[in-house]
Design a protein around this ligand. Structure first.
Ligand SMILES: CC(C)(COP(=O)(O)OP(=O)(O)OC[C@H]1O[C@@H](n2cnc3c(N)ncnc32)[C@H](O)[C@@H]1OP(=O)(O)O)[C@@H](O)C(=O)NCCC(=O)NCCS
Length: 279
């Protein structure tokens, strides 16, 4: 039984600052950051995910105050939720469990075939919380980083989604869908690609065959402050290479292009710093 009266409702634009503050406080506290509210300063999960799809972001309220939030994302047949955060003075009162419920309802409504989340493998609390809803640990995902090589990649046959005219963007979204379909039926990154483009969070790298007739890989990159990467960083949120014998080589080329996008976008974002994005 919950020890407090909790209500769950859609997250509103006016909640974003408080939801952002709670997110940093919650992760910063869990991870033992000396001043938790400064956790991942410059990295934005709350506004970017809310802007991507406001109707799939949820707030938990106690006594008319927001005490937690959760964001649900659809990548076609694949769905995931998070970041899920609760204000630390309200932990262990059943609030996260209530915030997971609307995510499961959306997966049901969307007909999601594969649902998941990322969490902390070392935390029995997290593992148990999600197991209650039928989520079990599967892959241990390493988060890796390296300094960006600022030299442009020594190759052609790649482009940035943001550079393309509207009709070519549409064609490429279709090509991206056909590619991800080969990895998992119904997997569709269109919303993610469009959201990164419209919010100017970074760019999507598109890699083609020698004759430029077919897409062989793509990667959705967040770059710089105000994105999920943070200042001076490029974060490859999703990357895929066409399945086949040359997939390793394609993937390496793709990562080279991501570095180029990171170096390029960082310059762009610095120039745009006086004109906030998505405000
Ligand atoms: C993780 C987090 C969202 C959980 O929020 P919460 O409101 O405290 O969670 P709830 O109270 O709804 O549920 C927690 C469950 O874990 C259980 N639990 C707590 N500590 C536990 C432990 N050490 N071992 C096993 N289970 C534990 C609780 O008993 C509860 O289940 P029950 O009430 O059915 O017994 C919150 O702690 C948080 O914001 N953490 C920092 C940010 C974060 O890590 N977010 C999740 C990223 S994946």
């Amino acid at each position: 039984m919950p020890q407090v009266e909790i209500s769950i409702r859609p997250l509103r634009k006016t909640d974003l600052s408080e939801a952002d503050r709670i997110l940093r406080l919650a992760f910063g506290t869990f991870l033992g950051v000396p001043d938790p509210t400064t956790w991942e300063r410059g990295v934005d999960y709350v506004r970017t995910r809310w802007l991507a799809e406001p109707s799939t972001a949820f707030a938990a309220e106690v006594d008319s105050q927001i005490v937690g939030s959760n964001f649900v994302t659809s990548w076609g047949s694949v769905g995931f939720f998070g970041p899920l955060t609760v204000r630390p003075d309200f932990w262990d009162k059943g609030i996260a469990k209530r915030l997971i419920e609307p995510a499961l309802e959306l997966f049901e409504r969307w007909g999601t075939k594969h649902a998941g989340l990322f969490t902390f493998a070392h935390s029995p609390k997290h593992i148990r919380l999600y197991q209650k809803f039928g989520f079990w640990p599967r892959f241990l995902t390493a988060i890796m980083s390296k300094p960006i090589n600022e030299r442009p990649p020594n190759q052609s046959r790649w482009s940035r989604f943001s550079d393309l005219p509207r009709n070519e963007q549409e064609q490429n979204l279709k090509a991206c869908r056909e590619l991800t379909e080969q990895i998992y039926r119904g997997l569709d990154l269109s919303r993610e690609i469009k959201s990164v483009n419209t919010q100017r969070l970074g760019d999507t790298v598109l890699l083609s065959t020698e004759d430029e007739t077919k897409l062989v890989g793509f990667a959705v990159c967040h770059c710089g402050s105000g994105s999920e990467a943070g200042d001076n960083n490029c974060y490859v949120k999703f990357g895929v290479a066409r399945p086949g014998l040359d997939s390793g080589e394609v993937f390496e080329r793709l990562l080279d292009c991501c570095e180029a996008v990171g170096a390029f976008s960082q310059q762009g974002l610095t120039q745009a710093a006086t004109k906030p994005i998505g405000g």
